[in-house]
Write a protein that binds this ligand. Structure first.
Ligand code: PMP
Length: 360
């Protein structure tokens, strides 16, 4: 094996090229003789970099003019609290789809700030595996301030492909699938993502907010979580996570060099298809999700004999295949295969799985 492959769900592997560039310029950024971490966020050199990062993200995602891009604190869960406070009033009704663990955490948080949190539908078990209730069966509220869902449930490996047709602003937690394929941003009111999968270091988050949804924050919203304040201050109301912003910028440039999200989408599709095909033809491994709802980013799988789990993980690690342990809530295995995971990583994993089965 040429290098270890890191299948961690997040913080996850980042492109080797990006890490190398960050290393090379760590002590001397932009010929300044100091690190990007040691410079003021108000310095024109930093501000230029920050603006370029936003510009590159806008280009990559084809973000329309009437959306603001906010660089926020607090990761994905920070946005679980920011969304209800910014987009709904305390007496409003909001709709949430409960497709898995992250949706449930978002719902729990929304209940603190909004009186009526309506769960429109949840995950269902079918003969072909775990799935999401059909849209026709959702109990939508016509007057909801917004509809929230998580298109890619990182832990469960369940995805809702295609944007649901609902008539209120759509808010999407794209922490684990942002930038993984082309997307029509204009279908959404808010898109947010914790950074530590497809963007950069953890603790950082991006919120893409349609500008007509600004100006609605509840009166006691914490100022650093207030979209309107952050939009007015260009995400520099207080000191942002400058290093994460810089690293995200490097990842955006890397993505552009790869051919953008269209090229990434084709590669991600091919990676996931190869891994699922291998799992499906095996009686030793099994994926618990209905084929129409499978995630392209997080591939959970179970061994037919769970007593072999520890041996599988130990041998995988010895073979340089890291981070394959499933989330503690669901057990089993999970291969997270975000943008930075090359096809060679999929090939190495399949080869290992085949070998492990042969020797079991
Ligand atoms: N949403 C999703 C879909 C996630 O996968 C995660 C983290 N894995 C979160 C939210 C929470 O992110 P954070 O840990 O940055 O708060």
């Amino acid at each position: 094996m040429s290098a270890p492959f890191n299948f961690s769900a997040g913080p996850a592997m980042l492109p080797a090229e990006v890490m190398q560039q960050a290393q090379e310029e760590f002590l001397n950024w932009n010929q300044l003789g100091i690190s990007v971490m040691e410079i003021s966020h108000r310095d024109p050199v930093f501000v230029r970099m920050a603006e370029q990062a936003e510009q590159d993200l806008r280009e990559l995602m084809a973000i329309p003019e009437n959306y603001r891009v906010l660089f926020m604190h607090g990761g994905g869960r920070g946005q679980f609290t920011a969304v209800p406070q910014n987009i709904a009033g305390p007496e409003d009704t909001v709709d949430y789809l409960d497709s898995g663990i992250w949706s449930e955490f978002a719902i729990r948080e929304a209940k603190k700030y909004v009186k009526h949190v309506n769960v429109v539908a949840g995950a269902v078990t079918t003969e072909q595996g775990k799935a999401i209730a059909a849209v026709n069966d959702w109990q939508l509220s016509p007057q909801a301030a917004y509809f929230h869902y998580c298109p890619n449930e990182t832990v469960d490996g369940i995805a809702l492909h295609g944007v649901p047709d609902v008539n209120v602003p759509i808010v999407a937690d794209m922490s684990s699938n942002i930038l993984s394929e082309p997307l029509d941003v204009s279908r959404f009111g808010v898109i947010y993502a914790g950074a530590q999968k497809n963007i950069g270091p953890s603790g950082f988050a991006i919120a893409i907010v349609r500008d007509d949804l600004l100006g609605r924050a509840q009166g006691n919203t914490s100022t650093i979580m207030d979209y309107t304040v952050q939009a007015a201050e260009n995400s520099m109301y207080n000191t942002p996570n400058t290093f994460a912003w810089y690293l995200a910028g490097l990842v955006f440039q890397w993505l552009k060099r790869q051919g953008g999200v269209a090229a990434m989408g084709r590669l991600n599709q091919a990676k996931a298809a190869k891994l699922y095909d291998y799992i499906d033809q095996s009686s030793f491994y099994r994926n618990p999700v209905h084929p129409a709802y499978r995630s392209m980013m997080n591939v959970p799988f179970l061994l037919a004999d769970e007593a072999l789990n520890d041996a599988f993980l130990a041998q995988a690690e010895a073979a340089g295949l890291l981070g394959l342990k499933g989330h503690r809530f669901v057990g089993g295995m999970r291969a997270s295969i975000y943008n930075a995971m090359p096809m060679a990583g999929i090939d190495a994993l399949i080869e290992f799985m085949r070998e492990f089965e042969r020797n079991a």
